[in-house]
Design a protein around this ligand. Structure first.
Ligand code: FE2
Length: 434
């Protein structure tokens, strides 16, 4: 007897009308017309079954703190950091745990089951570190929570940052973070990148740095991060998050930089929701978008995944744990509107993110853990377009969240009674436009 049988599903790779059999928490068979008894049967009705969503860049210690102790008036990164600095001394362990747990409930409802969260280590108490380590254990049955030791106030600018970062790693924080563009000088920024790469290399840990989250085209720490990655032989183990200065850089310089990033096998993690709002704040008109060069990075073979970064915190007052909203924003801001590019945007919140955070057991494939999401959409492009409703969220073969389909009842003479947004023309019929 199977634990679960999903009938008539579409898959992101284009397969349609397949059945998915789950046994002992893993995908057992994926094939047309499986005839078998199952404890639970879900009829997908030609809807998309996707591997679960992954957020490779988030700040769970700050989430849902919007308005505490006040709102960000300028909308800038720097006021956000200052505001977080005002909130930090007021945090309590219980309050951080409570906010994070509430956020994880929301994440599950959105099919978001793997999250890499940065956690601020520039607090001698390491209060947020201890709180999120507790949350990591609490949510382990349903969310993979990976933590990054993040020296928010600068490795060299904050007096005890390096010592506290080491303490956080000793406590079991998974990944080494950094923020070179917030150090006092470019030289100290470059030195922080080198030091942090050496720490990660010595400990055999992954690296994920906030890198060049600025409109300053001279902010070139991604160059140093790539070069240090090659020097230490840790290619493929390093992520550069944000990379917004690349938006404003000279094209000639970028033509040299991107091949270096490819050589270092850097994982690029743009965060389009936050950066379309935070960047360009010092511009009059035209205002820069502040999105890194996602299509060009992808064309160079660089793994690009998309992060949410913030949800109702000192930096961003919106957010909904919706990685399809993130992909939707990327399509707009990076002008990735061809069919192929929209599929890439979907990959950037699923498979590419799995590679970025080093999640090996991932995908709707035989033998993998049965983690997936049934969407009210037929294919990845429609999922992005609709920010599709998560009809069922499945973790290790168990349905852990269900949402009713989003439909409207019409009251118009001679017109249909019900509108289902997923019943409109699929992209194949609309034609490939590029
Ligand atoms: Fe961030």
């Amino acid at each position: 007897m199977l634990d679960l049988l999903i009938k008539d599903a579409n898959l992101p790779d284009g397969r349609s009308g397949v059945d998915i059999a789950v046994s002992e928490g893993r995908f057992e068979t994926i094939a047309p017309a499986i005839e078998a008894e199952a404890r639970k049967v879900i009829s997908a009705g030609g809807r998309l079954v996707s591997p679960h969503f992954i957020d490779p860049h988030f700040h769970m210690d700050a989430t849902l703190s919007l308005g505490k102790p006040r709102l960000n008036r300028s909308g800038t990164l720097l006021e956000g950091i200052a505001l977080w600095g005002e909130l930090k001394p007021l945090l309590t362990h219980e309050e951080v745990v409570e906010r994070a747990m509430r956020y994880c409930d929301l994440a599950v409802s959105q099919g978001l089951l793997s999250i890499r969260s940065h956690v601020d280590v520039c607090d001698d108490r390491l209060l947020a570190v201890d709180a999120l380590l507790e949350v990591r254990e609490k949510v382990r049955p349903y969310i993979d929570l990976q933590l990054v030791a993040f020296p928010q106030d600068g490795l060299y600018r904050s007096p005890n940052a390096e010592k506290n970062l080491m303490r956080a790693l000793d406590k079991g924080v998974d990944v080494v973070g950094g923020i070179p563009h917030f150090e006092r000088t470019m030289l100290e920024g470059a030195a922080s990148v080198q030091r942090l790469c050496e720490i990660a290399s010595e400990r055999g840990l992954l690296i994920d740095m906030h890198c060049d989250e600025t409109d300053d085209p001279e902010s070139r720490h991604i160059e140093t991060l790539s070069a240090q990655t090659v020097r230490l032989g840790i290619q493929g183990r390093v992520a550069g998050s944000h990379l917004t200065s690349m938006h404003s850089m000279d094209n000639y310089y970028v033509s040299k930089l991107i091949p270096l990033m490819a050589e270092a096998q850097i994982h690029a993690i743009p965060n389009p929701l936050i950066n379309i709002t935070i960047q360009g704040r010092h511009d009059t008109y035209p205002k820069r978008r502040g999105m890194t060069r996602m299509p060009e990075l992808l064309a160079a073979g660089i793994n690009v995944s998309l992060g949410q970064d913030c949800c109702m915190d000192p930096w961003y007052s919106l957010g909904n744990a919706d990685m399809l909203e993130v992909a939707h924003m990327a399509v707009h801001v990076a002008q990735m509107t061809s069919v192929a590019a929209m599929k890439q945007a979907f990959d950037a919140v699923t498979v590419n993110s799995a590679r970025a955070i080093g999640l090996d057991e991932y995908g709707v494939e035989k033998g993998m853990p049965a983690n997936c999401v049934l969407l009210q959409a037929r294919d990845p492009v429609e999922a992005v377009r609709l920010k599709a409703t998560r009809l069922a969220v499945i973790r290790n073969g168990e349905v852990i969240s269900e949402t009713d389909p989003r439909t409207a009842r019409l009251n118009l003479a001679g017109r249909p009674d019900v509108v289902d947004p997923a019943d409109y023309a699929p992209v194949e019929k609309a034609g490939e436009t590029g």
